[in-house]
Design a protein around this ligand. Sequence first.
Ligand SMILES: C[S@@+](CC[C@H](N)C(=O)[O-])C[C@H]1O[C@@H](n2cnc3c(N)ncnc32)[C@H](O)[C@@H]1O
Length: 239
Amino acid sequence: MGRPGRGVVSFVRRSPRMNASQHRAMDELAPHYLIDVPHSSMSTSIAPGTRVDLAERFGREAPLVVEIGSGVGESLVAMAAARPELNVLAFEVYAPAVASTMGRLERAGVDTVRLVAADGVEGLRELVAPAGLTELWTFFPDPWPKKRHRKRRLVGPELARLVADRLVDGGLWRLATDWEDYADQMTEVLGSNGLFVNSCADRPGGWAPRGDRPPTRFERRGLAAGRAIRDLVWARAPR
Ligand SMILES: C[S@@+](CC[C@H](N)C(=O)[O-])C[C@H]1O[C@@H](n2cnc3c(N)ncnc32)[C@H](O)[C@@H]1O
């Protein structure tokens, strides 16, 4: 995994222009929900060696779930609400989306989620201990469909090795995409390093049921374009 300032990242830098309710969320809700981290070269990076007392920030010890690329929190807030026994730490690089998520959390009365407005790959590396993770969620990661952009895809061999290190034995990596070749790439990545086992190997194509994952704008957009939705659930193999 490249160090902060790594040239190839899974996101584009977008103008962080916020509307009034997003500004309000940033002003009023960030002190509670948002974990501020020191950056290095990029505003989306996390300085190496950053330490955060997660139990203190969540106000309790509980099994940890990480989401990378939580967008406006459509699936995050519903899934966290459905499983209040979990601490859910979500990484999203786009500040307006983080602000919208905080508003959504407040409206839903969900207090088991904390957010970091930075690169989740660096977050996983810097803030989560080895075998410290119960589940990882990566739902509808940016598809980067053009061949020359494939190297920007979030799910690849390097991330898989990092995730395998951070998940507990039997811990789950849940993924979803509406891009068939990305779903195949995910299967290839997860199946080729001996570190994960497909929890749904006995199902057609090895694809998982959607489970408790609610539909998001990105899923609806994929369906409207005629694409199939693929869910994957793979477990960390015993060490
Ligand atoms: C296509 S959207 C999907 C959002 C959400 N998961 C959903 O299903 O609605 C992908 C999101 O991932 C974010 N993202 C991409 N790479 C990221 C990274 N390395 N760390 C944090 N967020 C990232 C993007 O800013 C974008 O909001």
